[in-house]
Design a protein around this ligand. Structure first.
Ligand code: ATP
Length: 260
């Protein structure tokens, strides 16, 4: 299937206020998207809609060929991996790291059934991929913020999602942990049957080369979208942020600075 996500003319209002308006976004299989937008621009609201947690006031959403309103959302959700800081709070602090990862297979918080040997083996493979093997018997509460984020991504991957949504996964990470996490995301993207990745960030330097597409959200609508290399220019981002900025490119990464 070529289309992973289709958002068409989506509006969402709350208390007579338009939060999202005329949103259009098409995500194809094989692309990975970075989503940028200032605080309150509507990113989380949009992703909550993709997860089916909230419903558009008008417009249409299709995920993996299923049009919302005509499909069992629970079933679609099984194909979406979702990692956000709000999810982190739901994990029980005393849960074993290996169990948290295995539980991703069952889309449950906590393990309620005896995992199979295959499940444990797969969880161990993810632990290895994320360089977390030494933590497998530790509890979640003892892990650092960077380790927690990697654990949650590994957990999401246990369900073999077709779409992986990472909502600001680098929040609270130091420079080294952030780079390790970005390396892990790059590795995932290169795997066989890798999911389509949507990565929400506030930091342009985190838009690693795997994110070939970018979506700029401003004031509850799409400001611009397209190929990252063409879209993220000093001119466009100056318009987007409303302050004069300059994009520097170096070894396939970018940085942003305010100019005067
Ligand atoms: N349930 C709700 N009821 C009313 N207003 C809401 C609701 N959810 C979100 N909003 C408003 O919608 C706007 C967009 O919020 P949203 O959380 O989607 O922004 P965001 O781009 O994810 O921001 P951030 O980068 O700070 O996480 C904000 O003004 C917020 O206050």
């Amino acid at each position: 299937m070529d289309t992973v996500l289709q958002i068409e003319n989506v509006y969402w209002s709350r208390n007579q206020e338009l939060i999202l308006q005329n949103m259009n976004w098409h995500v194809n299989n094989g692309d990975h998207w970075a989503v940028l937008g200032l605080n309150g621009s509507g990113k989380t609201t949009l992703l909550n809609m993709v997860m089916g947690y909230i419903w558009p006031t008008s417009g249409q959403i299709s995920v993996l060929g299923h049009t919302y309103g005509k499909v069992d959302i629970q079933q679609v959700r099984q194909s979406i991996g979702w990692v956000s800081s709000s999810f982190q709070e739901k994990i029980r602090p005393y849960e074993r790291v290996q169990d948290i990862i295995v539980s991703g297979k069952y889309a449950s918080i906590g393990l309620y059934e005896e995992p199979s040997t295959d499940d444990i083996e797969e969880a161990n493979e993810w632990l290895e991929q994320f360089h977390l093997t030494q933590l497998q018997n530790e509890t979640y509460q003892t892990c650092s913020q960077g380790e927690k984020q990697k654990i949650l991504i590994a957990r999401a991957l246990m369900a073999h999602p077709k779409l992986l949504i990472l909502d600001e996964p680098t929040t609270g990470l130091d420079f080294v942990s952030r780079e390790q996490l970005l390396d892990s995301i790059a590795r995932i993207s290169k795997q066989k049957e890798a999911p389509t990745i949507i990565f929400v960030t506030h930091h342009i330097e985190e838009i690693i080369p795997i994110f070939n597409k970018s979506l700029l959200i401003k004031d509850g609508t799409v400001f611009k979208s397209g190929n990252t290399s063409e879209l993220l220019t000093s001119e466009t981002l100056t318009d987007f942020f409303g302050i004069t900025v300059e994009v520097d490119r170096y070894s396939k990464r970018m940085s942003l600075k305010k100019t005067y």
